[in-house]
Design a protein around this ligand. Sequence first.
Ligand SMILES: C[S@@+](CC[C@H](N)C(=O)[O-])C[C@H]1O[C@@H](n2cnc3c(N)ncnc32)[C@H](O)[C@@H]1O
Length: 295
Amino acid sequence: MVFYGSRHRYNAGNSLVLVVVVLGAFVLLTRRMCLKLYSEGLPMQNEKWISYNALAWTEAIIARPEDYAHETEFYINIIREKARIDVKTLLHPGCGAGCNDYTFKKHFRVTGVDISDGMLDIARGKNPEVAYLHGDMRSLNLKERFDAVAIPESIDYMVTLPDLERAINAACRHLNPGGLLLVAAKVREEFSENNFCYTGAKDNVEITVFENNYIPEKNPSTYEATMIYLIRIDGRLSIQTDCHKLGLFSRDEWFMVFKNAGLEVTQAPLHGAYDRFIMGEGQYPMQVFVGVKPL
Ligand SMILES: C[S@@+](CC[C@H](N)C(=O)[O-])C[C@H]1O[C@@H](n2cnc3c(N)ncnc32)[C@H](O)[C@@H]1O
């Protein structure tokens, strides 16, 4: 009994020391993390973006496929007009939650590829007719070839010129002769920092997302998109943050990358695709680069 009693006391003392040590380490760590957060900004996400995985479900509430229809029809007209073959099949790298595909699929047989499983899950629910695959647009190597490849919203995730080259070359490899690559892009010379707001509500869920775009002085060929999510479920608020690093390339670089991939390149301005989300005064000019693979 005494043995057990003393052993018990001995364990209790030990546990107390352990709790104090763990608590101390927790306080120190949290303090260091907070200091780091304030001095360096929010930690940058890399390919495991919260927005496109744990928070991908919010897309179904803040992004309505009908709202993408006008812009997607614009791309479809360019594809029809510029391709040298009758376009029946379309590959969409960086397809996200499938809002563009909702309109693309009315015109083409669509294959969507994305690096984020969370977005693919939402896309599959929205477009059961579309073939969705997990993959990286920089290293894509499918057996099939397509009449058109479209990257309407995701090319900014190419942060360096070699990454952009990989993505454009991979897209080109998947094109049939006479087929067309369409990329909607921001051009470095035209890009300006903006703030955006997206909102949506469904049943007991209300979501507001604020996005800030910022060009860091140290690396002006990139920009940061920092998102703050305000999510209320049954009136209870939770706040989530995410920060993405994205690439900015000059007009010359865009033309060079398309030409080096063996494409005949032209360019058309895209007006107002995001204007409705801009907070206050602002402009968000974009360009559509079109490359045709020679017959
Ligand atoms: C702005 S979202 C696209 C939204 C899309 N238009 C929609 O309808 O939901 C950007 C997407 O690009 C994807 N992405 C980023 N880098 C990628 C890569 N290297 N390969 C494939 N997809 C990528 C992200 O996972 C994300 O789903």
